[in-house]
Every structure is written in C-alpha cells, then in structure tokens.
Design a protein around this ligand. Structure first.
Ligand SMILES: [Ca+2]
Ligand SMILES: [Ca+2]
Length: 350
C-alpha cells in the first residue's frame, strides 16, 4: 500500500490560494487522484482528511485565479473598445472667438462730465460696454464683467496675446461671446485696460486723461453697497469683516435668482459661467458683482505686495463666508483660473 501525500497536497492547496495558482491546480489534480487510490485500497487512507482539504484549497485557488484572469481580459477588451470609440469621436472644439464686426452705428462720445451719466442713461463705449456711476466713487463702473467678445477685440488687435498660449478661448467648458472672459491674470486685465484707454482716446471718444482701469478695492466695496462701513486698512484688514451681508441682502442661503452661484445652491441654471447680465442688477444698475466670476481689483491684498485682490466670489464658491460682500480673495499676478475674470471702470481726468 502506498503512503499518503495528504500533508503535501494540503500545503500545495494553501499556496495555490495565497500566492501561486499553478500549485493549486497541482493540489487539485493530485488530491483527486489520491482519493481514488484510497477508495481503491491502494493508498494509506489515514491522510484522507488532509488530501481532501488540499484538493478543495486547490480548487478554490484555481477558481480565484480564473476569475482574476477573466476580469483582466474583460478590462483589456473594455479599454480597447473605449480607445477605439475615442478615435471615432471628433475632438471637442470650442468656438474661436474672433473680434466682433466693426459697428456701423455711431458710438457716443463720452459726455463732457461724468455727472451726465446716470443709471437711467448709461454711457456705452466702443465695445458696447455700458457704464454707470457709483455714489462714493469718482468712476463709472461697467455694469458687466468683461465679456469674451470684449477680450476678443483686444486679442485681435494684439497678436501677442494669443501667442502667449493663454487659455481664455478654451477654459475647459463652453462659453458664449457674452459670457465673462476667464483664465485671465491681473496683468492681462491691465493690458486690456491700457489698450482700451489708448484706442478710445485716439478715436476721440474719451478725454485725453480718462483712463480705463480695474476698480480699487474700496471702489468695489462702494459698488456692492458696503463702502461707507469699512473704514481704513488693507484689503486683508477688511476681509470678511463686519456684518454678514451679501450682494443680494442679509438672507442665507442665497435666494433663487440671486446670481450665478455654486450649483448646490440651486439658485440658477448655470453649471459654469453665465452670460453677463443674466440676473437682476443691483440698485446702481450693476450686474453680477456677486457670483459668476471673481473680479480682479487694482490693490495689493496686504503689505507683502505679492497678491492682488479679487472680489465677489464665483460660480464655483460655497459660503457663507466666501459669499460675503466683504470677502476678499487674493492671487499672484500671473494666476489664471476658470472662475476668475475682471470688470473695468472708467476713471475721469483728474
Ligand atoms: Ca450656478
Ligand atoms: Ca462677479
């Protein structure tokens, strides 16, 4: 009578489960054969328990290996199908925003004094950007964030803008020409203002010293209605200070129609940017001070002078503090984001 191999088969079966499935196959085959010999009386039956356990372990290890192999093959096939499908799909392209056609309509010259401009009678510049006064400041505020079409006019006249590989034309989601331009840094906004200043002075639309620029942090506060309560100090000193007041009022969360805010507030129908002016204007006739995109301001954020101020929050931000009218954000000059744009003011001859 042959000696049994129960212990060996059990060890092979366990190894088949934990590390090497071919050993499991060996345990399965050996166990099955040895049990037959024990039944036939040609092998020592005292090892039947270990032989049977090793055989079962071998079966389990082999089945597990089989499942892993099937899943791996299925994954490879799926990857190939996805790769093939991607090859069939036209790469997504976004509309290239060329400069708007020159308008044939006569463009109004800026009134002699800014005092003639009112909310009811805004002044509209050569790009079709309307401006209104803001009490507490000497400047006229554009009622909209700077649009894609405004920036396109600037980019068209300044080839180097596109050469710098900026992504304002392709922020990662689709934008219409009337959406706020995004992925523009503070210096990009400054260059836009300088170009527009020069253009309209040369065209005789603005005074020789009238100047487009970003709003100061203090001017932006006046526009959003908290300019008279902030006092002195750096923007950092004023950041998220004072009452919990928001661009739409005191209530939290934002009411429906308050502006383009984060999707989870369900106050608007826009996942990303919205066309400027989609929501109700504030008492001065200005749209989207809160939400849609953050707006660069002229000022440094703090005394270290490494970051510029941003105001107003965006489609991305969640509050409540981020949405306070007094909330400041700050970023280095070259920082560009799909939630950051800018608004311009027209500053009068001093
Ligand atoms: Ca939204
Ligand atoms: Ca805004």
């Amino acid at each position: 009578m042959k000696p049994h191999r129960g212990t060996l088969i059990l060890v092979l079966g366990i190894l088949g489960i934990v590390s090497c499935f071919p050993l499991g196959i060996a345990a399965w085959v050996m166990g099955k054969r040895d049990l037959k010999e024990m039944d036939a009386g040609t092998m020592d039956p005292s090892g039947r328990g270990n032989t049977n356990a090793g055989r079962i372990c071998g079966m389990i290890g082999t089945l597990m290996a089989g499942i892993v192999i099937v899943l791996a093959i299925a994954g490879m096939i799926l990857s190939l199908v996805v790769f093939w499908r991607d090859q069939q799909i036209e790469p997504q392209t976004f509309e290239r925003f060329d400069a708007p056609e020159p308008t044939t309509a006569a463009v109004a010259k800026l009134p002699t004094t800014f005092a003639e401009v009112t909310r009811e009678r805004p002044w509209t510049n050569s790009l079709g950007m309307p401006f209104v006064p803001v009490p507490g400041t000497k400047v006229l505020f554009c009622i909209w964030e700077t649009r894609v079409q405004d920036y396109a006019a600037y980019a068209s006249a300044n080839g180097r803008v596109d050469e710098r590989r900026q992504n304002w034309q392709n922020p990662g989601f689709e934008q219409g020409k009337d959406h706020p331009v995004v992925k523009v840094g503070w210096e990009d906004a400054q260059a836009f203002c300088q170009w527009l200043t020069k253009k309209e002075q040369q065209e005789g639309r603005t005074g020789r010293n009238d100047r487009y620029r970003l709003p100061t942090d203090a001017e932006w506060s006046w526009a959003v209605g908290i300019g008279d309560r902030e006092g002195n100090g750096t923007p950092e000193d004023k950041d998220a200070k004072g009452d919990s007041v928001y661009p739409w009022g005191n209530q939290w969360p934002p009411p429906s129609g308050a502006g383009n805010y984060a999707t989870n507030y369900r106050v608007d129908d826009f996942d990303r940017t919205a066309p400027v002016g989609s929501f109700k204007a504030n008492p001065y006739g200005i749209h989207d001070l809160g939400g849609n995109v953050w707006e660069w301001c002229e000022d440094w954020y703090d005394t270290e002078q490494e970051r510029r101020v941003l105001r107003g929050a965006s489609w991305f931000d969640v509050g409540p503090v981020a949405l306070h009218s007094s909330r400041r954000h700050s970023r280095p000059l070259g920082f560009r984001s799909d939630s950051i744009g800018f608004r311009v003011v027209l500053a009068p001859t001093q």
